[in-house]
Design a protein around this ligand. Structure first.
Ligand SMILES: C[S@@+](CC[C@H](N)C(=O)[O-])C[C@H]1O[C@@H](n2cnc3c(N)ncnc32)[C@H](O)[C@@H]1O
Length: 412
């Protein structure tokens, strides 16, 4: 198959699946030759709807050419248009920067940053080969943004962050949009924010996503811990420096398979661990964790199948914990002296999610306030519930010094 035909087939499938919605994004994807950003791959591979790793350090992928469907979803969220000044953080091979160049046209400006010199050189060469010599590629740590070309109408991160850094907000034009893969209570979400007032952002759309994490000054190692048996891992929903973070070791007794079970209304699907029920529970209760176990033993048939491992939700309370089991029926298992307390909380969260109509990431609204930039430092969280609430609202202070308010409701 020729590259042109493979590209047309890919874009047609993205339109059919609703990933591409606007003529502008469609035209950009139809005209930018992705295969020139993946030299060495044949066209069928270059136009498959998958992310392609381009740099691996110590067995960990640190750079990739992003998955086309995710790129399309994010370009629709970003809404970059003719004449816009755009900053991309995470150039990779330069493909998305070329798409941005097409969207902003000859009157716009695109600057893309990467933290690694070799990736910057590769992106520059690819962009030149594809005819995008007007896109600027800069080596630098995107945690700091790129003040020389600010202010920007649009800032897009194509790399995950655990917080909204004040630098990005400061470099965003009034009414501009910041789009980033943001870790919210353990779920990575592609959040498009509108800059509503100095130091204030409001989400206009939220989607699920999965990106490599920022390196450099904005890096966050995450709070995942291995349990003593070495076969189970726990991912707390709270950041490691959060005062409410549960002691993950309390989960060790849940891994034995012993406990008392009670039926609950639903367990959701594996995707719901991050996008639906799991997000709902983690927003409402800082004791919620995601738990990963081995693919054999008692847990194999009872937990969600996540490729090589099994996964589920847990909740720690005092000297006990509770576990969500998906099969043979939706169940919450209590373990340890305070297990009933934990199970009651987890069952209450499940019931709340079902009653609310099983909301997911797209139903979440996020407000961000950078106190040092806001004219009115009030955070707008009046009426938000605190830890232990049932998902109506919650306040998170992120590691980058920006306060996020999370609320369920109708989002874009
Ligand atoms: C998923 S890749 C980017 C994909 C790319 N935009 C595309 O068109 O497919 C993420 C990139 O972010 C870069 N990155 C990681 N930390 C960074 C930082 N602090 N500043 C700038 N770039 C960073 C990585 O080196 C990697 O190239």
């Amino acid at each position: 198959m020729t590259a042109d035909r493979a590209r047309s087939a890919l874009v047609a499938s993205l339109v059919r699946d609703g990933r591409v919605r606007t003529p502008a994004v469609r035209a950009a994807l139809e005209t930018v030759p992705r295969h020139l950003f993946l030299p060495g791959l044949d066209p069928a591979e270059a136009y498959a709807d998958v992310a392609v790793p381009i740099k691996v350090d110590d067995g960990v992928t640190v750079s990739s050419v992003s998955q086309p469907s995710m790129v399309a979803i994010m370009l629709e969220q970003l809404g970059a248009g003719p004449g816009h000044r755009v900053l991309e953080i995470g150039a990779g091979a330069g493909w998305n920067a070329a798409l941005l160049g097409r969207l902003v046209g000859p009157d716009g400006v695109v600057t893309t940053l990467d933290i690694d010199d070799d990736l910057v050189a590769g992106a520059r060469a690819n962009l030149d080969a594809a005819g995008f010599d007007g896109v600027e590629v800069v080596a630098g740590d995107g945690a700091l943004g790129h003040p020389p070309a600010a202010p920007y109408d649009r800032i897009e991160l194509t790399v995950g962050s655990t917080g909204v850094r004040p630098e990005w907000v400061a470099q965003l034009a009034p009414g501009g949009r910041l789009l980033l893969p943001l870790t919210v209570r353990g779920s990575q979400l592609s959040v498009a924010f509108t800059h509503t007032a100095p130091g204030r952002l409001r989400s206009r759309s939220v989607r699920s996503c999965a990106f490599v994490r920022l390196r450099g000054a904005g890096a966050d190692p995450g709070a995942e811990v291995a349990l003593p048996d070495g076969r189970w891992r726990v991912q707390p929903a709270c950041a490691s420096d959060d005062a409410d973070v549960p002691d993950p070791r309390a989960l060790a007794r849940a891994t034995t398979g012993a406990g008392t079970d009670r039926a609950v209304a639903a367990a959701g699907s594996v995707a719901d661990l991050w996008d639906g029920l799991g997000l709902w529970c983690a927003v409402a209760d800082p004791g919620v964790v995601r738990l990963f176990g081995p693919p054999e033993g008692w847990a194999a048939p009872a937990l969600f199948d996540l490729g090589g491992v099994r996964a589920t939700l847990g909740l720690v309370a005092g000297d006990g914990c509770a576990l969500l089991l998906a099969a043979p029926e939706a169940t919450v298992r209590s373990c340890g002296p305070d297990g009933d307390l934990a199970a009651e909380r987890l069952a209450g969260l499940v019931a709340g999610w079902v009653d609310a109509g099983r909301p997911h990431a797209a139903d979440l609204r996020v407000e961000a306030v950078v106190p040092s930039l806001a004219e009115d430092p009030a955070d707008g969280t009046e009426g938000a519930t605190g830890p232990g609430g049932t998902g109506a609202g919650h306040v998170v202070v992120d590691g980058a010094g920006t306060r996020l308010t999370l609320q369920w409701g109708t989002a874009g």
